[in-house]
Design a protein around this ligand. Structure first.
Ligand code: PMP
Length: 303
């Protein structure tokens, strides 16, 4: 389906994607004064919608954006958009901006938010199906540091992604797939649009949310699977060398799910049994919850 055949949802109305627009005076455009979520739809089900809706509410609260829309109302708009496009497997981007203000940087106390829902077809990936984003990812640790939490709350998913854009620009020479940013002290933070995990011995490691790290929905899912499987996990403070020397590493994110890492700064890391197990169990949850409860061929349960 070509982009211009899609319908988006703008301020309560379904409009052809090519005609979907917001004001140039919108604060989301002017200042990145907006929050958003990207949600995956599998088999017509909004995967982990409650978690995304909660993070969206937390993001809005973190920037004092009182938009007045309930998760139910937002969910209904998303469903309406998916139905209008006849999409069962898709990625959804839901943005809420502080709308058009009276001028200047200081927000008005009263907000008339702009709500935009964009959808795109995204066939299901995962280990049991045609992979959408194929192959192990190449990572590069970049010079651009992750914006500190004290500057912009890392837990808030705002439209302000210039930090990640600068990180990705650094990849132009190496042509790596993802930029890994460090915090102000030189410890691992996260990818430009992903959380980072690695395997040390039999244990899973990932930067803790004490650092400038987005609390990824997929990250939380992986931690939940690890807990159910008895895989030990340390959420802590790690160095780039910890990642480079890891036995296995992978990225997590809503659209990329669990993506194995091939190299970090040109050093071979590779996937392995822990990554494969987690991918399979993640896939089993999607299968069970969104496609009618089929079990994996080996009959193994994921809980
Ligand atoms: N960190 C950043 C900065 C991101 O943009 C994303 C993508 N939303 C992630 C991590 C992964 O989060 P999630 O699993 O919720 O998609």
């Amino acid at each position: 389906m070509a982009d211009d055949e899609l319908y988006y949802h703008v301020d309560g109305d379904l409009v052809p994607a090519a005609e979907a627009s917001v004001s140039v005076r919108d604060r989301g455009f002017l200042y990145g004064d907006a929050v958003f979520e990207t949600v995956r739809v599998y088999g017509g089900e909004l995967f982990r919608w409650a978690d995304h809706a909660e993070r969206l509410a937390d993001s809005a609260a973190a920037i004092s954006l009182d938009h007045g829309l309930s998760p139910t109302e937002l969910g209904a708009r998303v469903t309406e958009t998916l139905e209008a496009n006849d999409l069962a497997d898709a990625a959804v981007r839901l943005s809420i901006t502080r709308g058009v203000g009276s001028g200047g940087l200081t927000p008005d106390p009263e907000v008339d938010p702009t709500v935009v829902i964009q959808v795109e077809p995204l066939p299901r990936g995962g280990v049991n199906a045609e992979p959408v984003r194929e192959g192990p990812a190449t990572l590069q640790t970049v010079k651009t540091r992750r914006v500190p939490d004290a500057a912009i709350p890392a837990a808030a998913k705002t439209h302000n992604y210039v930090n990640g854009v600068l990180a990705r620009l650094e990849l132009r020479v190496s042509d790596a797939d993802e930029a890994v940013m460090l915090d102000g002290d030189g410890h691992l933070a996260e990818g430009a649009t992903s959380n980072v995990f690695f395997v040390d011995g039999d244990a899973l490691r990932t930067p803790s949310l004490d650092g400038p790290v987005l609390p990824g929905i997929t990250r939380a899912e992986v931690l939940d699977i690890a807990d159910a499987e008895g895989i030990p996990v340390t959420e802590g403070s790690f160095t780039p060398d910890d990642l480079r020397n890891a036995a296995e590493a992978f990225l997590t994110g809503t659209t990329r799910e669990i993506r194995p890492v091939g190299t970090v700064d040109g050093i071979e890391v590779g996937g392995g049994p822990v990554t494969t197990l987690l991918q399979r169990l993640y896939d089993a949850r999607v299968e069970r919850e969104c496609y009618g409860g089929q079990r994996l061929s080996d009959g193994r349960s994921d809980d």
